[in-house]
Design a protein around this ligand. Structure first.
Ligand SMILES: Cc1cc2nc3c(=O)[nH]c(=O)nc-3n(C[C@H](O)[C@H](O)[C@H](O)COP(=O)(O)O)c2cc1C
Length: 353
């Protein structure tokens, strides 16, 4: 892995700057033979993809499609322009007991764990709808474009307004060429008294998925964060299976982030906690993925499972696939170890043996 300061995505620059600069990726002259794969009715070169976030626009999609990632997730889009949160908005952290701590040492050994506090920015629909179309044209054979969508509650809006907004964004994404729509449910529930995410409000999550499912003709997957208990994971997946073709788990782990002096790492309201992603999260993420796989094996429902969370080594990717995941998605590794896909293809035979 490359150190955070030298990443493909420049964490010292704004999200808008990164949006405007196509990634400079290492050249890959010849990709190793692809192992093949399948997702819904789509054939895939491989079951490896990039999770929502790193692929800011079609130029990023195009670049990663060429170096061996076959499920390309277009970063979350919304119904209006939303600028990213102020810098810093991505920091390397060490996961400690009380909090995640942003330190200089974090990530120095290449084992990156990140705190992400971007605020899920989006361009205006006119811009991203055109650009998703371009992304779809730029991906290759046996590659799939997944578009992550997030609803926004208009000022004074109620639940129905949020559900409508999710539906509208999903329709636009599908019209623009999304092969799969990923519904981002790991986002604060605006109607809850206690802080919780939308996927933790089962009636609301079901209403959103139902609306999206009945509004678009392509497969719909639901993205979840970490569940508080195995029971909640089971109940949520079982209930939502009627309205989703698959599940994407685990978005990240929401934690308090401080610097070494104990001050908040991200300034501004609502930024005390951030999504912790990357290397350190693998044990916890794979436990949750394992539970989801076990419920599916038990016959509770039969939906695709797209694993995400801390898959920062090729061995972890193969291990997760061996356990039964339909696909593995990476975000941190895509940004800090872009040749991950090449090694993933090279090592598949030995890893499976
Ligand atoms: C820089 C960055 C930006 C992200 N932006 C989004 C986003 O816009 N929407 C989303 O659903 N997830 C976003 N994520 C979360 C990833 O999709 C993924 O769930 C998470 O990073 C865990 O995977 P990893 O451990 O391989 O990084 C982002 C992650 C990173 C590192």
């Amino acid at each position: 892995m490359i150190p955070i300061a030298q990443g493909i995505y420049r964490v010292d620059r704004s999200h808008a700057w990164n949006y405007g600069h196509a990634p400079k990726l290492p050249r890959v002259r010849r990709l190793p033979a692809a192992p093949g794969g399948r997702l819904f009715d789509y054939r895939l070169n491989s079951p490896l993809g990039v999770a929502a976030g790193p692929l800011l626009n079609s130029r990023w999609v195009e670049a990663y499609a060429r170096i061996g990632y076959d499920i390309l997730t277009y970063a979350t889009v919304r119904s209006g322009l939303v600028p990213a949160a102020a810098l810093p908005n991505i920091r390397a952290v060490e996961n400690r007991e009380q909090a995640a701590v942003a330190t200089r040492r974090a990530g120095a050994n290449g084992d990156l764990t990140l705190a992400v506090s971007l605020g899920t920015p989006s361009m205006e629909p006119d811009v991203w709808r055109k650009d998703v179309r371009r992304a779809h044209e730029k991906i290759g054979r046996n590659q799939v474009l997944m578009v992550s969508v997030l609803g926004t509650t208009p000022p004074g809006g109620d639940r129905e307004a949020l559900v409508n907004d999710y539906g509208q964004v999903a329709v636009w994404a599908a019209e623009a060429g999304a092969d799969v729509v990923e519904v981002q449910l790991a986002w604060p529930d605006p109607f809850a008294d206690q802080p919780q995410a939308i996927y933790e409000n089962l009636p609301l999550a079901a209403q959103i998925l139902h609306r999206v499912r009945t509004s678009v003709g392509v497969p719909v997957v639901a993205k979840f964060g970490a569940f508080r208990t195995p029971r909640l994971l089971h109940d949520t997946a079982t209930k939502l299976a009627s309205w989703a073709s698959g599940f994407v788990l685990v978005h990240g782990f929401l934690r308090r982030v401080v610097d070494e002096a104990g001050n908040v790492a991200f300034e501004g309201p609502g930024r005390e906690r951030a999504d912790i992603v990357g290397a350190d999260t693998f044990p916890a993420a794979s436990r949750q993925i394992g539970e989801l796989l076990a419920w599916r094996k038990a016959g509770c429902w039969d939906r695709a499972i797209l694993a995400v969370g801390g898959i920062t080594t090729v061995a972890r990717a193969h291990e997760t696939l061996r356990e039964g995941a339909d696909a593995v998605l990476v975000a941190t590794a895509a940004l800090y170890d872009p040749l991950f896909a090449v090694r993933f293809r090279q090592t598949r035979t030995t890893a499976v043996a």
